[in-house]
Ligand binder design. Sequence first.
Ligand code: A2P
Length: 280
Amino acid sequence: LTDTYTLNNGVKIPVVGFGTWQSADGDEAYNSVKAALEAGYRHIDTAAAYGNEDSVGKAIKDSGIPRQDIFLTSKLWNVDHGYEEAKKALDASLDKLGVEYLDLYLIHWPNPVKFRDDWQKRNADSWRAMEEALDTGKVRAIGVSNFREKHLDELLKTAKVVPAVNQIFLNPSDMEEGLVEYNNNHDILSEAYSPLGTGKIFQIKELKDIADKYNKSVAQVVLRWSLQNGFLPLPKSVHADRIKQNTEIFDFELSEADMKTIDGFHGVAGLAQNPDETTF
Ligand code: A2P
Protein backbone atom coordinates (compact mmCIF):
# COMPACT_ATOMS: atom_id res chain seq x y z
CA LEU A 1 0.00 0.00 0.00
CA THR A 2 2.99 2.26 0.21
CA ASP A 3 3.87 1.59 -3.44
CA THR A 4 3.40 4.64 -5.64
CA TYR A 5 3.03 5.63 -9.27
CA THR A 6 4.66 8.88 -10.34
CA LEU A 7 2.30 11.29 -12.09
CA ASN A 8 3.38 13.24 -15.18
CA ASN A 9 4.24 16.24 -12.96
CA GLY A 10 6.44 14.21 -10.61
CA VAL A 11 3.90 13.89 -7.76
CA LYS A 12 3.75 10.43 -6.24
CA ILE A 13 0.39 8.69 -5.82
CA PRO A 14 -0.29 5.48 -3.83
CA VAL A 15 -1.15 2.70 -6.31
CA VAL A 16 -4.42 1.75 -4.62
CA GLY A 17 -6.97 4.28 -3.42
CA PHE A 18 -10.07 3.95 -1.31
CA GLY A 19 -13.23 4.86 -3.22
CA THR A 20 -16.12 6.53 -1.42
CA TRP A 21 -18.72 6.68 -4.21
CA GLN A 22 -22.07 5.51 -2.85
CA SER A 23 -20.86 5.75 0.74
CA ALA A 24 -23.58 7.79 2.40
CA ASP A 25 -22.60 10.94 4.23
CA GLY A 26 -22.52 10.52 7.99
CA ASP A 27 -21.56 7.34 9.81
CA GLU A 28 -21.18 5.18 6.69
CA ALA A 29 -18.61 7.36 4.94
CA TYR A 30 -16.94 8.32 8.22
CA ASN A 31 -16.56 4.74 9.43
CA SER A 32 -15.43 3.34 6.10
CA VAL A 33 -12.74 6.00 5.65
CA LYS A 34 -11.62 5.46 9.25
CA ALA A 35 -11.44 1.70 8.59
CA ALA A 36 -9.54 2.29 5.35
CA LEU A 37 -6.95 4.47 7.03
CA GLU A 38 -6.60 1.90 9.82
CA ALA A 39 -6.13 -0.82 7.19
CA GLY A 40 -3.26 1.18 5.73
CA TYR A 41 -4.80 3.03 2.77
CA ARG A 42 -3.15 6.42 2.33
CA HIS A 43 -5.14 7.47 -0.73
CA ILE A 44 -8.78 8.52 -0.42
CA ASP A 45 -10.98 9.38 -3.39
CA THR A 46 -14.07 11.51 -2.93
CA ALA A 47 -16.05 14.10 -4.90
CA ALA A 48 -18.30 17.07 -4.24
CA ALA A 49 -21.09 15.07 -5.88
CA TYR A 50 -20.78 12.19 -3.41
CA GLY A 51 -22.05 14.57 -0.72
CA ASN A 52 -19.73 13.03 1.85
CA GLU A 53 -16.78 15.44 1.92
CA ASP A 54 -17.65 16.53 5.48
CA SER A 55 -17.53 12.97 6.81
CA VAL A 56 -14.45 12.06 4.76
CA GLY A 57 -12.62 15.12 6.09
CA LYS A 58 -13.63 14.38 9.64
CA ALA A 59 -12.45 10.77 9.40
CA ILE A 60 -9.09 11.95 8.07
CA LYS A 61 -8.73 14.47 10.89
CA ASP A 62 -9.78 12.00 13.58
CA SER A 63 -7.37 9.36 12.30
CA GLY A 64 -4.49 11.47 13.61
CA ILE A 65 -2.50 10.67 10.46
CA PRO A 66 -0.57 13.74 9.30
CA ARG A 67 -2.23 15.43 6.33
CA GLN A 68 0.91 15.13 4.20
CA ASP A 69 0.87 11.35 4.59
CA ILE A 70 -2.54 11.07 2.91
CA PHE A 71 -3.24 11.50 -0.80
CA LEU A 72 -6.66 13.13 -1.12
CA THR A 73 -8.67 13.52 -4.33
CA SER A 74 -11.90 15.40 -4.95
CA LYS A 75 -13.81 16.37 -8.08
CA LEU A 76 -15.49 19.36 -9.67
CA TRP A 77 -19.21 18.72 -10.03
CA ASN A 78 -21.25 19.22 -13.18
CA VAL A 79 -23.08 22.40 -12.15
CA ASP A 80 -19.80 24.19 -11.37
CA HIS A 81 -18.08 24.18 -14.76
CA GLY A 82 -16.52 27.54 -15.68
CA TYR A 83 -13.64 29.69 -14.46
CA GLU A 84 -15.22 31.50 -11.49
CA GLU A 85 -17.46 28.54 -10.73
CA ALA A 86 -14.55 26.10 -10.54
CA LYS A 87 -12.57 28.39 -8.25
CA LYS A 88 -15.51 28.64 -5.90
CA ALA A 89 -16.25 24.92 -6.04
CA LEU A 90 -12.66 24.03 -5.18
CA ASP A 91 -12.74 26.37 -2.18
CA ALA A 92 -16.02 24.80 -1.07
CA SER A 93 -14.50 21.30 -1.29
CA LEU A 94 -11.43 22.38 0.68
CA ASP A 95 -13.70 23.93 3.26
CA LYS A 96 -15.92 20.84 3.62
CA LEU A 97 -12.95 18.50 3.79
CA GLY A 98 -11.26 20.82 6.29
CA VAL A 99 -7.93 20.76 4.45
CA GLU A 100 -5.70 23.45 2.96
CA TYR A 101 -4.93 21.61 -0.23
CA LEU A 102 -5.98 18.64 -2.34
CA ASP A 103 -3.47 16.23 -3.81
CA LEU A 104 -5.60 15.81 -6.91
CA TYR A 105 -8.59 17.67 -8.31
CA LEU A 106 -10.53 16.24 -11.25
CA ILE A 107 -13.23 17.47 -13.62
CA HIS A 108 -15.83 14.83 -12.76
CA TRP A 109 -17.61 14.64 -16.17
CA PRO A 110 -16.71 16.25 -19.49
CA ASN A 111 -20.14 17.25 -20.70
CA PRO A 112 -22.92 17.84 -18.19
CA VAL A 113 -26.41 18.24 -19.62
CA LYS A 114 -26.41 21.84 -18.42
CA PHE A 115 -23.48 22.71 -20.66
CA ARG A 116 -24.22 20.53 -23.65
CA ASP A 117 -23.87 23.47 -26.02
CA ASP A 118 -20.62 24.86 -24.67
CA TRP A 119 -18.90 21.97 -22.90
CA GLN A 120 -15.66 22.69 -24.79
CA LYS A 121 -15.40 26.25 -23.46
CA ARG A 122 -16.60 25.26 -20.00
CA ASN A 123 -13.90 22.60 -19.69
CA ALA A 124 -11.24 25.00 -20.96
CA ASP A 125 -12.34 27.63 -18.42
CA SER A 126 -12.56 25.17 -15.52
CA TRP A 127 -9.14 23.88 -16.49
CA ARG A 128 -7.64 27.39 -16.41
CA ALA A 129 -8.93 27.79 -12.85
CA MET A 130 -7.46 24.41 -11.94
CA GLU A 131 -4.08 25.31 -13.48
CA GLU A 132 -4.08 28.45 -11.33
CA ALA A 133 -4.86 26.34 -8.28
CA LEU A 134 -1.71 24.36 -9.04
CA ASP A 135 0.27 27.60 -9.00
CA THR A 136 -1.25 28.79 -5.74
CA GLY A 137 -0.70 25.42 -4.07
CA LYS A 138 -4.36 24.61 -3.48
CA VAL A 139 -3.87 21.40 -5.46
CA ARG A 140 -0.78 19.32 -6.19
CA ALA A 141 -2.08 17.73 -9.40
CA ILE A 142 -5.06 18.11 -11.72
CA GLY A 143 -6.86 15.69 -13.96
CA VAL A 144 -10.15 14.56 -15.43
CA SER A 145 -12.68 11.79 -15.06
CA ASN A 146 -14.97 10.07 -17.56
CA PHE A 147 -13.27 11.87 -20.45
CA ARG A 148 -13.22 10.09 -23.79
CA GLU A 149 -10.69 10.71 -26.53
CA LYS A 150 -12.67 13.55 -28.11
CA HIS A 151 -13.01 15.38 -24.78
CA LEU A 152 -9.30 15.07 -24.12
CA ASP A 153 -8.41 16.17 -27.65
CA GLU A 154 -10.51 19.26 -27.12
CA LEU A 155 -9.07 20.06 -23.69
CA LEU A 156 -5.51 19.65 -24.91
CA LYS A 157 -6.07 22.39 -27.50
CA THR A 158 -5.97 25.04 -24.77
CA ALA A 159 -4.46 23.28 -21.75
CA LYS A 160 -1.05 24.39 -20.51
CA VAL A 161 -0.93 21.40 -18.19
CA VAL A 162 -1.63 17.88 -19.47
CA PRO A 163 -4.06 16.07 -17.13
CA ALA A 164 -2.18 13.82 -14.72
CA VAL A 165 -5.05 11.36 -14.45
CA ASN A 166 -8.17 10.17 -16.25
CA GLN A 167 -10.42 8.33 -13.81
CA ILE A 168 -12.70 5.97 -15.70
CA PHE A 169 -14.99 2.97 -15.28
CA LEU A 170 -12.50 0.17 -15.77
CA ASN A 171 -12.76 -3.51 -14.86
CA PRO A 172 -12.33 -6.87 -16.62
CA SER A 173 -15.78 -6.60 -18.16
CA ASP A 174 -15.25 -2.99 -19.31
CA MET A 175 -11.71 -2.73 -20.58
CA GLU A 176 -11.78 0.50 -22.58
CA GLU A 177 -8.69 -0.51 -24.53
CA GLY A 178 -8.70 2.44 -26.92
CA LEU A 179 -9.10 5.01 -24.20
CA VAL A 180 -6.45 3.40 -22.01
CA GLU A 181 -4.06 3.48 -24.95
CA TYR A 182 -4.84 7.15 -25.50
CA ASN A 183 -4.16 7.85 -21.81
CA ASN A 184 -0.88 5.94 -21.97
CA ASN A 185 0.23 7.79 -25.10
CA HIS A 186 -0.31 11.10 -23.31
CA ASP A 187 1.31 10.02 -20.03
CA ILE A 188 -2.09 10.23 -18.32
CA LEU A 189 -2.56 7.66 -15.54
CA SER A 190 -5.71 5.54 -15.88
CA GLU A 191 -7.46 5.37 -12.54
CA ALA A 192 -10.08 2.63 -12.30
CA TYR A 193 -13.25 3.52 -10.49
CA SER A 194 -15.60 0.67 -9.69
CA PRO A 195 -12.71 -1.74 -10.31
CA LEU A 196 -15.06 -4.55 -9.25
CA GLY A 197 -17.67 -3.33 -11.74
CA THR A 198 -19.74 -2.07 -8.77
CA GLY A 199 -19.76 -5.68 -7.58
CA LYS A 200 -21.01 -7.18 -10.85
CA ILE A 201 -17.74 -8.97 -11.63
CA PHE A 202 -18.73 -11.48 -8.96
CA GLN A 203 -21.18 -12.85 -11.54
CA ILE A 204 -18.23 -14.15 -13.57
CA LYS A 205 -18.01 -17.67 -12.19
CA GLU A 206 -14.69 -18.53 -13.86
CA LEU A 207 -12.96 -15.89 -11.74
CA LYS A 208 -13.53 -18.06 -8.69
CA ASP A 209 -11.42 -20.87 -10.20
CA ILE A 210 -8.56 -18.47 -10.83
CA ALA A 211 -8.89 -17.03 -7.32
CA ASP A 212 -8.81 -20.50 -5.75
CA LYS A 213 -5.56 -21.27 -7.56
CA TYR A 214 -3.87 -18.34 -5.84
CA ASN A 215 -5.68 -18.79 -2.52
CA LYS A 216 -7.15 -15.34 -2.98
CA SER A 217 -10.64 -13.93 -3.29
CA VAL A 218 -12.22 -12.89 -6.58
CA ALA A 219 -11.97 -9.25 -5.51
CA GLN A 220 -8.25 -9.61 -4.84
CA VAL A 221 -7.65 -11.24 -8.22
CA VAL A 222 -9.52 -8.51 -10.07
CA LEU A 223 -7.70 -5.74 -8.19
CA ARG A 224 -4.40 -7.46 -8.91
CA TRP A 225 -5.36 -7.64 -12.61
CA SER A 226 -5.97 -3.89 -12.48
CA LEU A 227 -2.55 -3.22 -10.94
CA GLN A 228 -0.72 -5.51 -13.36
CA ASN A 229 -2.29 -3.52 -16.20
CA GLY A 230 -0.78 -0.35 -14.74
CA PHE A 231 -4.16 1.01 -13.59
CA LEU A 232 -4.81 2.57 -10.22
CA PRO A 233 -7.82 0.77 -8.70
CA LEU A 234 -10.15 2.58 -6.31
CA PRO A 235 -12.14 -0.21 -4.63
CA LYS A 236 -15.03 0.76 -2.41
CA SER A 237 -16.54 -1.15 0.49
CA VAL A 238 -18.37 -0.26 3.66
CA HIS A 239 -17.23 -3.48 5.40
CA ALA A 240 -13.99 -3.36 7.41
CA ASP A 241 -13.03 -6.96 6.54
CA ARG A 242 -13.42 -6.35 2.80
CA ILE A 243 -11.67 -2.98 3.02
CA LYS A 244 -8.69 -4.81 4.52
CA GLN A 245 -8.97 -7.78 2.13
CA ASN A 246 -8.79 -5.39 -0.84
CA THR A 247 -5.32 -4.25 0.28
CA GLU A 248 -3.85 -7.74 0.37
CA ILE A 249 -2.90 -7.84 -3.28
CA PHE A 250 0.85 -7.36 -3.15
CA ASP A 251 1.90 -10.87 -2.18
CA PHE A 252 1.03 -12.68 -5.40
CA GLU A 253 1.30 -12.21 -9.13
CA LEU A 254 -1.12 -13.37 -11.82
CA SER A 255 0.49 -15.36 -14.59
CA GLU A 256 0.41 -14.00 -18.10
CA ALA A 257 -2.01 -16.78 -19.05
CA ASP A 258 -4.42 -15.85 -16.25
CA MET A 259 -4.17 -12.16 -17.18
CA LYS A 260 -5.20 -13.14 -20.71
CA THR A 261 -8.05 -15.29 -19.46
CA ILE A 262 -9.34 -12.38 -17.41
CA ASP A 263 -9.02 -10.04 -20.42
CA GLY A 264 -11.29 -12.52 -22.19
CA PHE A 265 -14.15 -11.65 -19.82
CA HIS A 266 -14.64 -8.31 -21.54
CA GLY A 267 -18.36 -7.69 -21.85
CA VAL A 268 -19.44 -10.86 -20.09
CA ALA A 269 -20.95 -9.21 -17.02
CA GLY A 270 -23.13 -7.19 -19.34
CA LEU A 271 -21.59 -3.95 -18.20
CA ALA A 272 -19.89 -2.75 -21.33
CA GLN A 273 -21.32 0.69 -21.79
CA ASN A 274 -21.94 2.57 -24.95
CA PRO A 275 -19.71 5.55 -24.24
CA ASP A 276 -21.93 7.91 -26.13
CA GLU A 277 -24.86 6.92 -24.01
CA THR A 278 -23.05 7.38 -20.75
CA THR A 279 -21.38 10.68 -21.49
CA PHE A 280 -23.91 12.38 -23.72
P1 A2P B 1 -19.84 -3.46 0.20
O1 A2P B 1 -19.58 -1.98 0.20
O2 A2P B 1 -21.17 -3.82 0.78
O3 A2P B 1 -18.68 -4.23 0.79
P2 A2P B 1 -16.61 -1.22 -6.88
O4 A2P B 1 -15.41 -0.91 -6.07
O5 A2P B 1 -16.36 -1.84 -8.21
O6 A2P B 1 -17.57 -0.04 -6.99
O7 A2P B 1 -17.41 -2.39 -6.14
C1 A2P B 1 -17.97 -2.15 -4.92
C2 A2P B 1 -18.95 -3.25 -4.63
O8 A2P B 1 -18.30 -4.48 -4.37
C3 A2P B 1 -19.72 -2.92 -3.42
O9 A2P B 1 -21.02 -3.43 -3.61
C4 A2P B 1 -19.01 -3.65 -2.30
O10 A2P B 1 -19.95 -3.96 -1.32
C5 A2P B 1 -18.48 -4.86 -3.01
N1 A2P B 1 -17.16 -5.31 -2.51
C6 A2P B 1 -16.06 -4.56 -2.31
N2 A2P B 1 -15.02 -5.31 -1.92
C7 A2P B 1 -15.47 -6.59 -1.88
C8 A2P B 1 -14.87 -7.84 -1.53
N3 A2P B 1 -13.59 -7.90 -1.17
N4 A2P B 1 -15.64 -8.95 -1.60
C9 A2P B 1 -16.94 -8.88 -1.95
N5 A2P B 1 -17.56 -7.74 -2.29
C10 A2P B 1 -16.84 -6.59 -2.25
